[in-house]
Ligand binder design. Structure first.
Ligand SMILES: Cc1cc2nc3c(=O)[nH]c(=O)nc-3n(C[C@H](O)[C@H](O)[C@H](O)COP(=O)(O)O)c2cc1C
Length: 204
């Protein structure tokens, strides 16, 4: 990410499995000094609670991130928006937020982005990022995928999004779930050209 980029990244969290990828990504962006503008869908909130626990609910998320990933998380601010508020700052191209990550991205939200529906703030903010030719990273999670879902991924890629499937690798010999989450968060930061040490560089 160039020095000219405002240090803000929007993060959308939807109701696909893989909430651990979301919390790890938010923590890593904040530790790198970025302001995170967070939008969580209703099902995203449910998955945060069910897959991580009540401590990861939105009102306790800040404290949870610090307790789990350390005080460096405080290097970057966390601002939370309602997904219903399609008039929030992120809904406008004039708001200086140069990148958006949707992690994990449900097939429903994927479809909404692929077809420009803007039914909520996550879809509208993604639409804005695409129209302004900024960075949109979509981290889809579903298996198997139907043909319409695969076509929606292609539509998003053709519109300029980076499709970064929730597919952690195993060549770095992960031992824990955290190792897998670190790998996915690291891939997201690498896509945004943000330096990190979330996984070892492959040296052959
Ligand atoms: C426990 C649970 C797990 C789910 N996992 C996925 C998933 O991995 N991928 C997916 O596309 N949808 C999944 N869904 C379905 C979505 O949550 C559902 O389609 C929802 O309407 C998505 O809305 P959102 O995109 O606004 O969050 C899951 C639902 C539940 C309750």
């Amino acid at each position: 990410m160039s020095d000219k980029f405002p240090r803000a990244v929007a993060v959308g969290v939807t109701g696909a499995s893989g909430a651990i990828y979301a919390v790890r990504t938010i923590a890593a962006l904040r530790a790198a000094g970025f302001r995170v503008e967070l939008v969580v869908s209703d099902l995203g909130r449910r998955l945060l609670r069910e897959e991580i626990g009540p401590d990861a609910s939105i009102d306790r998320l800040d404290a949870y991130l610090v307790s789990r990933y350390g005080a460096a998380v405080k290097n970057g601010e966390l601002i939370s928006h309602s997904n219903k508020d399609v008039g929030a700052s992120l809904a406008s191209g004039s708001y200086p937020c140069e990148a958006m990550v949707i992690v994990p991205c449900s097939m429903k939200t994927l479809a909404g982005i692929a077809h420009g529906l803007s039914r909520n703030l996550i879809e509208r903010a993604a639409d804005v990022v695409l129209k302004e030719k900024r960075h949109l990273i979509i981290v889809p999670r579903e298996t198997p995928m139907s043909l319409p879902q695969l076509r929606n991924l292609v539509l998003c890629a053709e519109a300029g999004a980076h499709v970064l499937p929730a597919m952690p690798a195993f060549y770095q010999q992960p031992r824990t779930l955290d190792d897998l989450a670190d790998f996915m968060a690291g891939k997201i930061l690498s896509c945004l050209r943000i330096e990190h040490d979330l996984y070892p560089v492959w040296t052959g």
